[in-house]
Ligand binder design. Structure first.
Ligand SMILES: [Zn+2]
Length: 151
């Protein structure tokens, strides 16, 4: 069973602040297909070849949803995890896409937005958007008392 998601709202608040601070440095995507293509490229980078090797990710729009999400399906029936990421229009930006991508990397018994999640998101943000963007998010985590594992 998954552990209690003890810092979810603080995590969201910190990211909201980080999106404000990053402004146009937080790239936005027009369509879900753009996000799908970008994630395929990202997954095939050498740092991730091993990590994402057997991970199937489909991107869909977030019709009828307020928030983006990451759904895991057929996890019981197959060894290869399958994920569907859904993005309502407002959420089609680099930081939020990395947030949902991070969910594909979190073991099922860990809190959904816990310290491990936040650490992995910081790492992905640094790789995808650069050190400066990572520092912005980390400062926002600190400001909102969001815990993240240290490397
Ligand atoms: Zn999340």
């Amino acid at each position: 069973m998954r552990a209690r998601d003890y810092q979810r709202s603080r995590c969201y608040a910190a990211e909201r602040k980080a999106r404000e601070l990053l402004g146009s440095k937080n790239r936005s995507f027009e369509t879900v297909q753009d996000i799908q293509n970008e994630l395929e490229n990202f997954k095939s980078r050498k740092e991730f070849l091993e990590q994402f090797k057997d991970c199937q990710i489909r991107v869909k729009d977030g019709r009828g949803r307020r928030r983006p999400c990451c759904e895991i399906y057929s996890i019981l029936s197959v060894m290869i995890p399958n994920f569907t990421l859904k993005f309502p229009k407002w959420s089609r930006n680099a930081l939020t896409v990395m947030h949902e991508l991070t969910h594909t990397q979190i073991a099922v018994d860990l809190p959904w937005h816990g310290a491990t999640f936040c650490q992995k998101l910081l790492q992905l943000i640094e790789l995808y958007m650069g050190k400066e963007a990572r520092d912005v998010l980390q400062q926002c985590y600190d400001e909102y008392s969001v815990r993240y594992d240290t490397e």
